[in-house]
Ligand binder design. Sequence first.
Ligand code: SF4
Length: 687
Amino acid sequence: MIQSNPSSPAFTACPLDCPDTCGAIVERDSAGRLVRLRGNKDHAWSSGSLCGKTAVYHELVNAPNRLRVPLIRRRSGFEEATWDEAIGHIVSRMDGIDGADVLALYYAGNMGLVQRKFPLRLMHALGASFHDNGVCDATAEVGFQTVMGRSVGPDLDEEGDPASCDLFVLWGSDAKRTTPHLMQRLKRLCDGGVKVHVIDIYRTETIAKVEEWGGHGLIVHPGSDAALALGLASRAFDQRAANLEFLKEHCVGAAEFRAEVTGAWPMARIAECTGLKEEQVKALSDALHAAKQPLLKAGIGFARRRNGGEAMRAIASLAATLGHSDRLFFQTGDHFGFDESPIVRPDVRTAPLLPPVSQVGLGRVLDEGAYRAAFVWGHNPAATLPDSVRIRRGLMRDDLFLVVHELFMTETAQLADVVLPATALTEHSDVFRSYGHRTLQVSWRSTKAPADQKSNVQCFSALGRALGFVGDAAFPDERQGPIFEVDEDVIVGDFLAVNRKRFTGDEYHAALKGEPVKLLPRVFADRGTPSGRIELVSEAAERAGAPRVATYLPDDGAGMRGTFQLISAPSSATHNSTYLHVPRHRERLGIPLAHLHPADAKVAGIEDGGGVRVSSEFGAITLTARLDEDLPRKTVRIDGFLNESLVPEGIGVNALTSPEVSDLGGGNVLYSNRVEIEAAATPTPSE
Ligand code: SF4
């Protein structure tokens, strides 16, 4: 279905990797081009507002430097080609490459289920190898699930209201930068007299705002979250605030957990480990004990460290101790419970599926010569993955054939053998479901692509046909039907039809029209843990080498020797690396900065606005110093993706970061990294 009449409203949703997944209305000109997106007031969570990144999304879509035609790397550099030439080139280069030697590399450039997941259909047909989810929320998710089972928590939209919440604890989440629409709810709670506590490792913009509204910020030592959570659980038992009835009825291992924490966490130890004042711990503890309807929202970023899985386990164990497990919110799309097989079609796979490769450790794997071809979509691994010097070296191997489907000439596209131009949000059809709230939206194609771009579905189905995956010879099982002779609108329709039982009749028809639809909560028979109950003791975790109960182990810094803690914070100016190709966002991002505490800068002889060389075992970058009294001592904060053209070394923050993995889930350890700083010549501010 194409929403082709410019005078009728066309609906869409923000495609960025952001839990708000805001609803939007598409404004088009008479030629069918995108004029701008504006917020859809009928969207339950975003209520008509878009953040500054997506309010100017048209500048990204209409950017003159968008990839317009396929490019093939020749001896002299990239040459423009037709789609037929590019696909023919790919087919000839893929000749003789075994499926297991093909790596599928995708991430979150576009969060639409159809465009993001359809290329997996070709990867399955090829018998390709996949990577794990280590670059995203793997650690937090496994930590949460070890205790709680399924990641299905409260509906923040409804429960985060003064009428249904008497305490809000936001743990390890800079909402102002990563979940902007939560901020208005936090303000409403503060205005309504509800206590709001925000826990983080530096004074974030979220903490500054919440304090302005009367809430409390708690700055803890990096990596001490488990110490705080276990200390609070210990105090709950000591002060008869633990919900013993809940523990008995719903939890496994409550007695063992209680024995483990009791006596282990005197106030002085909590304060020493976390850096909090004793009265701050007491105030938070008292607030948790007094609350009848608290909401706890645990972020994802704080768990990206060596002890992050145990930190999330400890927070989940604290929630259970207080009898408020079902009031602990963790970002997930699990509550939708959708069957994605109409998109992915895993049934077309005939080759065995090998264990996924670690995305965090991919640099070493590629550098050591693994794989002969890689297909990349919605991802910029050369900038996004840790240890990016080695990632780039691996992707540049002469014996690795690299195909990238992209909007812009990203750092990864620059290394490719073939670059294929991709459509943007309103130029294709898709389905969006949030991992922060419960609203779903279908986004039918409503604008024309400016040149010869193809959607992921169009691109990868054309590749599938050209690679010979057509007809009975390729798919002898007649139930498999057409695999690559497909239309993306039909896939959207099939997806909705297969998941029809999740909708009421009215919701289904509203979804088909592209309207935002908030689905009812999913009902589960049990919690999804091995025991079916909340597991304060986990034998599965123990078998996997983790402690039986949530445990505080100091962060070992992933073996790095630097004396400064690197904080890779989210950026307020960009969302993913494609934004660096749009002048307005590049301008907002400004020159690449390293934020330092003034006392640390003084010791190192670094001045505000002067140069600072930040280095680790993995690489070094030279940035401009910005002195910031709100940062803890011995930390260096670098925000988001850097404009690499303004970094003398021509590479971003991931040149510094470690490919080591976390304690649970094989996640990244971005917040465990250690670096050194030294004064350097000020980088020249010109592109
Ligand atoms: S980035 Fe997030 S807050 Fe901004 S428009 Fe997209 S979903 Fe909404």
